[in-house]
Write a protein that binds this ligand. Sequence first.
Ligand SMILES: [Zn+2]
Length: 1016
Amino acid sequence: NDPNHSERANLPRNMIENSMFEEEPDVVDLAKDSAFPTLDPDEVVYEPRSSRLLVRGLGENDMDDDEEDSESSARLLGMSFMNRSAAHRAGSSPYARQAPPSSCSRPSTRTTVVCVLFLVIVVSMSMVLYFLPGCTFTRVRGPLPAVLSSAHLPVYPNSTTGEPFPWAELRLPASVRPVHYDLTVNPDLDAMTFTGRTVISMAVLHATKRIVLHAADLTVTKATFQARVVTLLEYKPHQQVAVRFPEELKQGQRCVLTLDYHASLSSTYDGFYNSSYADKDGKKRVLAATQFEPLYARKAFPCFDEPAFKATFLVRISRRDGYVALSNMPKAKTTNITGGLLLDEFEKSSVNMSTYLVAFVVATFQSVSKNVSDTLVSVYSVPEKKDHTIYALDTACKLLQFYNSYFDIAYPLKKLDLVAIPDFLAGAMENWGLITFRETSLLVNNQSSPLQKQLIASVVAHELAHQWFGNLVTMSWWNDLWLNEGFATYMQYMSLQHEYPLLDIGNHFLTVRFRALDKDALNSSHAVSARADTPEQVAEMFDSVSYEKGASILLMLNASLSGDLFRKGIVGYLKKFSGSNTVTDDLWNSIAQQHPNIPGMMNTWTQQKGFPLVSVSRDGDLVTLTQEPFLLSTDATESAPSRWHIPVTYVTAGCSLTPDCVQVFTLENRNATLKLSKDVKWLKLNFQSTGFYMVDYGTAGWAALIEALTENCTVLPREDRASLIHNMFALSRLGRVSFRQVLNLLAYVVNETEAAPVSEALAQLNTLHLQLEKRNELDLAAHLKSYILERFEALMMNQTWGEEPCVSKQELREALLQTACALDVPDCLQKASDLYRQYANGSARVPGDLQRVVFSVAARSEDGWAELMQTYAQSSDDAQKRKILQALASTRDTRHIARILIEGLRGELVQTTELPLIISAVSGGFAGSLLAWDFTQQNWDALIKKFPVGSFAIQSIIMSTTSHFSTQTHLDQVRNFLGSLKKRGSQMRSVQVAVETIMLNQRWMDANLPDLRHWL
Ligand SMILES: [Zn+2]
């Protein structure tokens, strides 16, 4: 899955959180889910090969077995462990934050240990007395119930009919496994409903008296088991249905459950949902498509909706003549059925698939196709945009060949469809053989700029990589989502660097790593392999840690291994686990075949949150390196100091530009020393910023580097210059260096001409500028503006406004001109207005990278805004439409801001999928920031109806509306509002991230405002 890729690509600079400081616990609803742990002697929760990882893979978030068991036992006896567990796990799990002050103060460690021991004894004895004989109980995965006041609660919840539902866990039992699904769906695009029949063949793994599976919002009209009608029980809070049997099903038995049902097509963007678009004559065309990842297959058909329950699928879809139906596999046959409809039957899947990868589309689409390596590759779109599919088709073919060869495993299906869906929330979704995309992530026209092509190629590369990482080999559970997303993200950059060097994806990947570091520096971050139990927690795994940090640590690993070892390791992993499910350890153990130290090293990066800061000090010819966690907020409950096995690289004055110059060693302990001749003026660690750590060179070390850069900035590669700027700002947030030192470093940028360092410096300075404006420090904001212009105006003036084929030059001028016009540089405003006038009268095009800046200037005037609104409504160029939308949202006219926000929510003129983009653009402006925050508060319920709690869209909305705040008033407002949401969002990790970010901004402002007044 690629959540909102295109938005990320356009917006990282607006989504930076500046940060610093200490944690303050926010109160959340710990009683969110009081599912009672079930007692069941004959069943265990299905945990294929992952149970150890659930324990080990959690790093500091984790409890050991004893603790966990005692906690479960205590719950059985109705004791509250809330306080204890909060003290142990604060800041790790969204459910395990500090208890509200009223519930009592935190016990000392010794008290806790004594209490725990005492409780373990009491609990163990009570268990024996109470539950003998046969008292085993399953490991509890749900969030902690608040207080269970008696041991006499029912073991099972009630189903909708009032009968007990035979299962109380969120995860399904392991007793029965699906083998094959025979699936028929009949969508009615007029009534917006569908009927379905699902025939599930199953194998009984352990003797049991029940079958439990998932179903959500489906009305089951008939259930038959082995051809006998049976009663189906439903427990809606867990989206589960079940059949109970008077006699045990025997181990090894095969059986068949058939369910007939009907439902409405979903009006949100998940499950089997309806969508529409206007064709070239303005006529409304309706279509239906699916989005099942992570937990929505259950909304389209009853199923064992967990990634480890893989099975084969045979899909049939009915449709009207003139429509095409698509599914994962090629079409096998079409038959006429009643009502003048056609029934398409697709081949039985040749591979075992997880339910979240099943997909179908029914629409009036057209396609272009090409055969490559025995696979028919097709790109589908609405007929009007068929011409915009060629680039995606060529790219998909080229990358398919690349992956076939790189992974040494041929893509296993006979066809691969890439489909542009007019109304699609995520950037794209990797359904096996039927990848779905936003139109803006797949379609480009001939005139599209290289940057737009870079975006398309990178989304296609990401989704194609998933056909191996995710589809062929799948994580056992969502806690290891990074095995899918970190890999696909890394492969997307790696494959493009290899196959499309001219697209110059390197700067983009570098920025992505910087932002991943910024997020992971927060106390509210989490380990790469993290706990994910509830649907909201699963949704929140689709975040920067799983994607960008995952990709960053894979880059670090690859960069630290010589030759082809990384590739050999992952090929071994893919071959060994082809068709099955894995946990993180499986990956490291496979790569360990190439290098035995890998698991030890990589576990330090996946099992604990955060990353190290390496400090450098020189004394004569000795250089001492010291590692410590880079934590902006300290967590008092953190016990053992974190250590990482860091593959440190460095270059020195004299040889600093090529890989031959790079020295490598692993820093495993807190300190290490190396020898360096006194004559060597400086050293720079983390060559090209391939390592996931930051570096502080100390006063003398920084001074030497700054002197070298001032003399000649090309003594270091562009990535290293950018990372020095990034690290310096981060150290300022940490309180390690004064802002004076940041300014000392930035003095060199007057000579800088490369996109990576310039855009990093501007991103940081613009963020600061926005924060100053938002706290009404207008004098200081004006001074900072003068400072930015002093440093960059010459380079800004140098930029061209015509077509530019070179990607990095596009990136450079995009960053510079956007800042220039935002800061009202007259020359920029004039040129943008001129170009817009030529565009409006049809005499010129606006290059893709300049569209946002040109349209934003145009949108400042009343007429310009109205004109752009009209262009937006009529245009079919999706990439340009997004730029127009950002421009419309960046207006300084509050009436217009209100209008565009409302249009985004209404979802007619502007698709609701664009609302996070609109809110982000509005929040990035001085006039709109408070409006965006007010709008979010006022429309919260409408927002979470459209975008699920925890989803990337909601994460993005929270962060873009709050991350520039830095005052106590704003902090109180944000905390009060998000805290008041309770089940409607308070438990989200992004709430912690938002609060922590504002506190860090506030701390930084308190510490630096007096000096800023002095220096700027
Ligand atoms: Zn993905």
